[in-house]
Design a protein around this ligand. Structure first.
Ligand code: EPU
Length: 437
């Protein structure tokens, strides 16, 4: 899929969809709790969600979708082998590990995938299962865990991991466990809320980064119903997009607290932001202040999932900015594409260095989900020429109705399904002149 983008200011209103990364632990909670029927409200219709639903089908579940509600029938869920191909398409699939352990005290999974943004091992997920007393068999193609978990256990993570923490919670659901050095991202906190709702005694001590869970007294349930929180990364993408395009946007269905670090950075740079209950208004400006050193790290710090997007905005800053991504230091594919547009951006000693630059329309290629969002912003900011963004289809993995939402707020974007038509598209667009430095 190819997107054709042209400089535009976004104006108007946009509504954020349900959270992609809260969907996986919601499914996990339903399975681990033993529910036969799992209802998930406010589910975004995105590719990663559909891949997860296909995986559930392989495990013997059935599902239907009614508007933004997904209804999963997990009555016949079994320990089937799931296809490595589907499992490897997304990262969220890894929560199937903890969910099956919670439900059956047994699980076998192939290797999870997701965006290629650096090494993404699952050693900490395995450590959690080992610490709980499961026997773990680790092969190149799969991980298998079985046995009886300890009734009283302790898990201590070496590093903070989001889906690792979710898995540790899910596999501990019938025990009394203390989990140390946990990730406290809103999606993890939502999983805690999901379980609390169904009688699991679970609490998060944010000061100590510890979770205490006691599922030994919970009752059996037949049905579980969850509502997904708004997607904080989608909300943050809109904020940055509006600021970078000098636009004015009302962003609805957003929990401002979940993107406080992003709001703070944008305000420091000079964007005007007003916060209301459930809604944020942002107004961009022509020039921004640079940031000395922005560190992307675990919540509540600035999220790595918005690092590529903020890079584009900082090109408009008046001085040099530096960014260090502590979570995925190799999440840099956007840098090489932005350079093709004339950006003075580089990678030096593990830091992204951004110097003030004007960027110009060019032919560029997206490599992963968040860099696609960043390159869309770049295409809307770029001077002179239109931008041809190849591989734009990746966006459908994580942003619901992105093109429709963009068009609604005045963004100039057209999408073409197939690569073969590229020459035709370029020919048809008289304005398109390839940028050369
Ligand atoms: N890590 C390990 N060993 C592990 C697990 C993680 O070394 O066993 C490392 C990773 O390599 C990384 C760091 O720990 O350097 C943190 O990774 P984490 O496990 O927290 O990431 P994740 O759970 O795989 C989730 C999101 C990502 C998001 C990260 C960080 C889901 C499905 N995915 O991934 O979302 O970037 O947390 O916040 O929840 C996205 O939506 O585009 C996306 C990539």
């Amino acid at each position: 899929m190819i997107a054709l983008l042209e400089k535009s200011k976004v104006l108007g209103e946009v509504k954020v969809s349900g959270s992609k990364n809260a969907f996986f632990p919601a499914v996990g909670a339903g399975i681990a709790l033993g529910a036969e029927k799992i209802i998930i409200k406010n589910t975004p219709k995105i590719k990663d969600v559909f891949v997860m639903l296909e995986l559930l089908k392989e495990l013997g579940c059935e599902y239907k979708i009614q508007n933004s509600e997904v209804i999963i029938n997990a009555e016949k869920i079994k320990l089937n082998d799931v296809s490595p191909e589907n499992f490897g398409k997304i990262r969220g699939s890894v929560v199937i590990f903890g969910s099956l352990l919670g439900r059956f005290e047994n699980a076998k999974i192939p290797m999870p995938g997701g965006c290629k943004i650096g090494k993404r091992p699952i050693d900490q997920h395995i450590k959690a299962a080992n610490s709980l007393g499961y026997k773990v068999e680790e092969k190149e193609e799969y991980v298998k865990a079985y046995g009886t978990p300890k009734k009283d256990g302790k898990i201590k993570f070496d590093i903070k991991t989001v889906t690792g923490t979710e898995n540790a919670i899910l596999m501990s659901i019938n025990s009394k466990v203390e989990i140390e050095n946990v990730a406290i991202e809103p999606e993890v906190q939502e999983l805690i809320n999901y379980l609390k709702k169904y009688g699991v005694d679970i609490r998060l001590e944010t000061e100590e980064d510890k979770i205490f869970i006691d599922g030994t007294k919970r009752k059996k349930i037949k049905e579980a119903e969850f509502e997904l929180i708004p997607d904080r990364i989608e909300a943050g993408t809109w904020l940055i997009l509006a600021a970078a395009t000098e636009g004015k946007l009302k962003i609805k269905n957003v929990i401002a607290e979940h993107i406080k670090a992003v709001i703070d950075v944008l305000k420091e740079c000079g964007a005007k932001i007003k916060i209301y209950e459930n809604k944020i208004e942002v107004e961009g400006s022509e020039k921004y202040k640079s940031v000395d050193l922005l560190i992307a790290d675990s919540y509540p710090a600035f999220p790595t999932d918005l690092q590529p997007q903020i890079c584009v905005m900082l090109l408009k800053a008046e001085g040099k900015s530096r960014i260090k991504d502590n979570i995925f230091p190799e999440r840099v594919s956007h840098i090489w594409e932005l350079k093709k547009m004339g950006a003075d951006i580089s990678l030096e000693n593990g830091e992204i260095i951004i110097n003030p630059s004007k960027i110009y329309g060019a032919e560029i290629e997206a490599k992963d989900l968040r860099s696609t969002a960043a390159l869309v912003i770049a295409g809307l900011v770029a001077e002179k020429n239109q931008t041809i963004l190849k591989n734009f289809g990746i966006i459908e993995r994580g942003y619901e109705n992105f093109v429709k939402k963009l068009k609604n707020v005045n963004a100039k974007i057209e999408v073409f399904e197939d690569e073969i038509r590229k020459e035709e598209i370029i020919k048809g667009i008289s304005k398109y002149v390839p940028y050369s430095t």
